[in-house]
Design a protein around this ligand. Structure first.
Ligand SMILES: [Zn+2]
Length: 88
């Protein structure tokens, strides 16, 4: 049985994600105005379903997330839209 992949980005993957995010002129935090963001250390899955009672069994939107270093506000970006992966 294969080991489960680690949720942490390798240094190469982190650089690839940061390059994709930095390709846009992103705005400051919409909650507190801070201009400093960190990167959540791994891909995030956001469930998507027409039926909210099946949310835990449904499909997912693969995302990366940046978080405000002051207030913690998180902004999720579709990994597919950023060109980091093909649509599953
Ligand atoms: Zn903030």
């Amino acid at each position: 049985m294969a080991e489960a992949p680690t949720p942490n980005f390798s240094s190469e993957e982190r650089a690839r994600v940061m390059a994709a995010l930095n390709a846009f002129s992103l705005k400051d935090c919409p909650r507190c105005g801070n201009s400093q963001f960190g990167l959540a250390d791994g891909y995030i899955q956001v469930p998507i379903s027409p039926n909210p009672t099946q949310m835990f069994l449904g499909q997912y939107v693969p995302c990366v997330a940046a978080y405000c270093t002051r207030c913690g506000f998180m902004a999720m970006h579709s990994a597919v839209a950023l060109g980091l992966m093909q649509k599953p």
